[in-house]
Design a protein around this ligand. Sequence first.
Ligand code: PLP
Length: 389
Amino acid sequence: MKTYAPLDVTFDHGKGAWLWDTEGNKYLDAISGIAVTGLGHAHSAVTDAICDQAKTLLHTSNLFNIQYQQLLAERLTNVAKMDRVFFGNSGAEANEAAIKIARLFGNQRNISEPAIIVTEASFHGRTLATLSATGNRKIQAGFEPLVKGFVRAPYNDLDALEKISSHNKNVVAIMVEPIQGESGIIIPDDDYLTGIREICDRNNWLMILDEIQTGMGRSGAWFGYQHYNILPDIMTLAKGLGNGMPIGACLARGDAAEVFQPGNHGSTFGGNPIACRTALAVVDSIEKEGLVKRAMQLGNTMLSAFQTRLGSLQHVSEIRGKGLLIAIELNQTCKELASEALKKGIVINVTADTVVRLLPPLIISDEEASMIVERVCELVESFPNKKRT
Ligand code: PLP
């Protein structure tokens, strides 16, 4: 169906941070399939895990124990300091699980109309519940009636949450992205997540973090909340967890981890052997190759290079980032930069119409990082001139 408007290029193979199209042209990948291929393309540990598991066992279903699901759950809960995991196949499904846990948690506490606070400009997915949670009218328009039970608050506004807590007794949870990805890498103030944790503790709300874009090392920590001294009650993952193998995960801790009982939720494919073994190889490789620290160091270097070179340009309104989530915001629509970039041999993305978004693989070399900076700077520097011609 016509759900996408793809750019006019077809990639047929990749290696590391590089992609090749069907004509043999080579491109530097600075978007990682929207924060998915953090280990780059054709990473040997990931490829070996997929090939070996494909020769052994693909699927049996959750009617039975699944060894790699158990191993992955142990590994993830250790890294995240959480207690339990539900596995699905995508980000939206991970968020659906989180929403269902919050509702069940509320109903078990005799709140018959449980509500979840969500924020303006958020993105949580395209299923009915997750698009209802999403703070973007474009995503929702035409799909009414929306799913009820979401209360909207401005992002990065703790006072707004306090106000809601004073009059809405149906709230059971708050769901936010640690950094808003789709709306342009919006980084909240340093006290935002710790403030949310405090408000949740005081009101007995669950703190749900959507780490689908920020997780798996991308922000320079395994998960965005690890930049602060807090733990959420629920965290959702997908994207970089499988490096391209579809997998989503909803992790929970404490009471939230005990809410689902047999029969409450499920997925035929979720947590199958091949997806879980692949994700296990991803987690191992991120750790073995020291990519979490590396993402922070590369991000800092690239961010200051962009600031030095583009910071004073009139048409650049802000340059911001954390780890390898980097945004160059222009003061005008610049969607065409994504196709211009292809002509320069680099793959980027423009989100929210005006934001050049860079989400390069965590495995890039210093030289590749410099090449990304150089090519993106050339693009942004020449952008207004291109517009006039
Ligand atoms: N949540 C966030 C923060 C995302 O960035 C995305 C995808 O961009 C999703 C949820 C939805 O994930 P999926 O497309 O895998 O359903």
